[in-house]
Design a protein around this ligand. Structure first.
Ligand code: SF4
Length: 123
């Protein structure tokens, strides 16, 4: 059986911000794709999750954590798994963000793009 990838939780990680997350009232199935989900179903589910993240008061904290932790699954801070993979491919592995705030700085462009009108399908 293949090993499931695990998040690499930073030592300074906290989750107090998650108490204010807009997803606390949302269907968790929106944020994590079912096995073998592809195509239009995946695009529409990711878009719906991003729409919730777009109005979330702790979006920057959430995105910063997810980038630093290399969260392998789900939509965090408006970033899908593919959005985060694109960030990691662009980064120099020696400058991989681990300290609080470094994830935001490393992924500033992608984070704002992730919840843009185009990403949400309202452009
Ligand atoms: S940014 Fe999105 S995933 Fe993160 S706490 Fe807010 S609603 Fe939840």
């Amino acid at each position: 059986m293949p090993q499931q990838p695990l998040a690499q939780v930073p030592l300074d990680a906290t989750w107090d911000w998650s108490e204010e997350g807009s997803c606390r009232e949302a269907d968790p199935n929106l944020f994590f794709h079912p096995q073998n989900e592809r195509g239009a179903a995946r695009i529409m589910r990711d878009r719906a999750a991003k729409g919730i993240c777009a109005g979330c008061p702790v979006r920057t904290e959430c995105a910063d954590y997810a980038v630093r932790a290399r969260e392998p699954y789900g939509v965090w801070g408006g970033l899908t798994e593919e959005d985060r993979e694109a960030i990691y491919r662009r980064l120099d592995s020696r400058n991989y963000p681990r300290a609080r705030g470094e994830g935001l700085r490393a992924a500033e462009h992608e984070i704002s793009e992730a919840v843009s009108a185009q990403a949400l399908g309202i452009a």
